[in-house]
Design a protein around this ligand. Structure first.
Ligand code: PMT
Length: 221
């Protein structure tokens, strides 16, 4: 009998899009359905971990055995992740967090006006980079959604955000976002592996095995 790979470990996962308000009835978001992140959370639970999933707005059910916390904005996702960070062994950032938010969302519905409308956007904090820079950091795994030069861009994110690992997906031509299957190339400082196209559910299980291997190596176990 082999104990589940992540028994006794705490895993924190982000999933889905964020919604950045423009006014009380409008928002900026992206095409993430949350399927990849929910599959990763379910796979980590299957591997024996205690899993907390912080999800933006999605229509999916919470995976069995996973504590799910729903948020809307990047700021709320950041706050919820930071509140649940102490004691986390592994952080997996699958969410498609909005890079920018509206500087000053309007208090009232914006009325139709001239032919153009200017919205000023300001940068959101990078949740993954903040986690990876925190004291007593968990093993930090990012995702990279790329439309070109996949390895180059993914490795730049691995370096710049000081991650332990990054899982890159090609999101050109309708792949990756809001579909049932996906393929990943996984990179770490001195290695990489490819996980071929399959359902997000089985792909997430394969990814969690790769993460468990590297995590155990990093902890010298
Ligand atoms: O939800 P699905 O429909 O199943 O689609 C899955 C997916 C395509 C969204 C997923 O596989 C994926 O690629 N997620 C990451 C998308 C993304 O935002 O990538 P990025 O290259 O912009 O960001 C790099 C990393 O930084 C990601 O781990 C992201 O979660 C994190 N990030 C980015 C910005 C920010 N402000 N905070 C972050 O934590």
């Amino acid at each position: 009998f082999e104990a589940p790979r992540l028994a006794g470990r705490r895993v924190l996962v982000t999933a889905g899009p964020t919604r950045e308000p423009v006014d009380p009835v409008r928002y900026i978001t992206n095409r993430s359905s949350g399927r990849m992140g929910h599959a990763v959370a379910a796979a980590a639970a299957l591997a024996g971990a205690r899993v907390t999933l912080v999800s933006g707005p999605v229509t999916l059910e919470a995976p069995a055995g996973v504590e799910r916390l729903m948020v809307e904005t990047a700021a709320q996702m950041q706050e919820t992740v930071m509140a649940h960070l102490p004691g986390a062994d592994i952080f997996i950032a699958t969410a498609a967090v909005a890079d920018y938010r509206v500087a000053q969302p309007a208090q009232q519905k914006i009325k139709k006006q001239g032919d153009t409308l200017d919205l000023q956007l300001v940068k959101n904090p990078d949740i993954l980079a903040l986690v990876a820079a925190s004291g007593d950091r968990p093993f930090s795994v990012g995702f990279a959604a790329e439309t070109d030069s996949l390895e180059e861009h993914a490795r730049a994110k691995l370096e710049n955000k000081r991650l332990d690992m990054i899982a890159a997906n090609d999101v050109s031509g309708g792949q990756g976002f809001d579909v049932d299957d996906n393929a990943l190339r996984v990179f770490w400082r001195d290695g990489d592996c490819s996980l071929p196209r399959q359902s997000k559910v089985t792909l997430a299980r394969a990814l969690v095995q790769v993460i468990a291997d590297r995590f155990q190596m990093a902890r010298g176990q």
